[in-house]
Design a protein around this ligand. Structure first.
Ligand code: ADP
Ligand code: ADP
Length: 219
């Protein structure tokens, strides 16, 4: 069964005004359980818009968004927020870690917010940090970590609540090419080990070629 299905999704910014910009027209996309899909398109093609719609952060003008077979299109803000917290993980180009908390705490806090107990949350954070090779950095704050390490912690945070789908927007785009390749390896290993499905936007065709399927936008 599919984790995510977009059917005939349309999005225009400033709809009905002279400034209207049609970004998505009739987009169809399905992601199967355990599948890792690369989204490769030029800047401005609508990758972030598509990720925002898939991530229930924005709504399409028309078309359908199904998450685990459930129609998200008609849901109100609260129900969408609940579904987002329970089923989706996000990674961005910048890590967005909380600067005053340690690496482990950054992975623990979203679990506490989701109703997980302190002890189980700490155990999961330790397990995730181990998987990305950062057990020795658990008590460090983000400013004490390298760019690649910060991004690896952000991956752990995205997976903290065991989402069904990971949405990533240029997850290694801020790193130098060598670090980017290494950190991307870590992300792919983490996704494969946990059987996670993922939609990953990237400009990097070499990284995209290592995923299960590559899709484009526009044209
Ligand atoms: P990408 O992620 O592929 O670079 P985006 O989804 O960010 O593309 O943007 C696609 C197009 O939509 C661009 O032309 C951008 O300027 C426009 N756009 C994005 N967000 C908005 C917005 N909030 N209001 C108006 N136009 C927007
Ligand atoms: P990289 O070469 O991987 O970008 P850096 O040269 O930035 O890494 O850092 C090397 C090591 O030093 C990393 O393991 C990082 O955690 C640690 N480190 C970097 N900056 C600080 C800091 N401000 N305080 C403590 N440790 C740091």
């Amino acid at each position: 069964s599919d984790v995510l299905t977009l059917s005939d999704v349309t999005k225009t910014y400033n709809l009905g005004t002279p400034a209207a910009v049609e970004v998505l027209r009739g987009v169809d996309l399905s992601i199967a359980r355990g599948e890792v899909v690369a989204l490769v398109a030029p800047s401005g093609a609508g990758k972030s818009t598509l990720l925002h719609i898939a991530g229930l952060l924005d709504t399409p003008d028309s078309g359908q968004v199904l998450l685990n077979g459930r129609d998200m299109t008609g849901l109100g803000d609260r129900a969408r927020t609940t579904a987002r917290r329970a089923e989706l993980g996000f990674v961005y180009q910048f890590h967005h870690l909380l600067p005053e908390f340690s690496a482990a705490e950054n992975i623990i806090l979203p679990q506490l917010a989701n109703g997980v107990g302190q002890r189980a949350a700490a155990a999961r954070a330790a397990d995730l940090l181990g998987r990305v090779g950062l057990s020795h950095r658990a008590d460090h704050r983000p400013a004490e970590l390298s760019g690649g390490e910060q991004q690896r912690v952000a991956f752990c945070r995205a997976l903290a609540n065991q989402p069904a789908l990971l949405l990533a927007d240029e997850p290694t785009g801020n790193l130098d090419p060598e670090t980017s390749d290494k950190v991307f390896e870590v992300l792919m290993a983490l996704v494969r080990e946990t059987g996670l499905s993922a939609l990953i936007a990237t400009h990097n065709h070499q990284l995209a070629a290592r995923m299960d399927r590559v899709i484009g936008l526009g044209g």
